[in-house]
Design a protein around this ligand. Structure first.
Ligand code: HEM
Length: 134
């Protein structure tokens, strides 16, 4: 990722977090399960904690995009844990679609083509490393 892309991610994530983070998590998982109902059974019945874990983890990663030597090994470990949850490589595209959709709706006019590119690059970096293809 370029420096400019990392700055765009920082800026847009700040804007998004100004919306209630729990609401962002709710919108994301609702979209994911609406498009892919089969995924619902992989997650716990009560999703509040999961909303928080996802948003906290994304915040953690976003804050460390310029320190890849620390971040990437942690992302690979998270990918290994996900294998244990039954997550397969084809699931990553489904999550990408729901996440980008949520970001686009949340950011409104701030969702520019450059911001979209930056988030795609960011998600690809995370997914490739979770799948150990980084
Ligand atoms: C950017 C990509 C992703 C991020 C940042 C992320 C984040 C997280 C976090 C922080 C947890 C808490 C447990 C842990 O840290 O190991 C978790 C659990 C989980 N994630 Fe992900 N995840 C991602 C991709 C995916 C994908 C593609 C799937 C597939 C549907 C998925 C399914 C799950 C499941 C099933 C759990 C366990 C839920 C439970 O039983 O408590 N995740 N994820």
């Amino acid at each position: 990722m370029t420096k400019a892309q990392i700055q765009r991610i920082h800026h847009s994530w700040r804007l998004l977090k100004a919306i209630d983070p729990a609401l962002v998590g709710d919108v994301f998982y609702s979209r994911l399960f609406f498009l892919h109902p089969k995924l619902r059974g992989m997650f716990p019945k009560k999703m509040e904690e999961q909303h928080e874990k996802l948003i906290d983890m994304l915040s953690y990663m976003v804050a460390r995009l310029d320190q890849p030597e620390q971040l990437l090994p942690e992302i690979r470990e998270m990918g290994k844990r996900h294998q244990g949850y039954g997550v397969k490589s084809e699931h990553y595209g489904m999550v990408a679609d729901a996440l980008l959709w949520t970001l686009e709706r949340g950011l409104g006019a701030d969702w520019t083509p450059e911001t979209a590119e930056a988030w795609k690059a960011c998600y690809t970096l995370i997914a490739d490393n979770m799948l150990d293809k980084g």
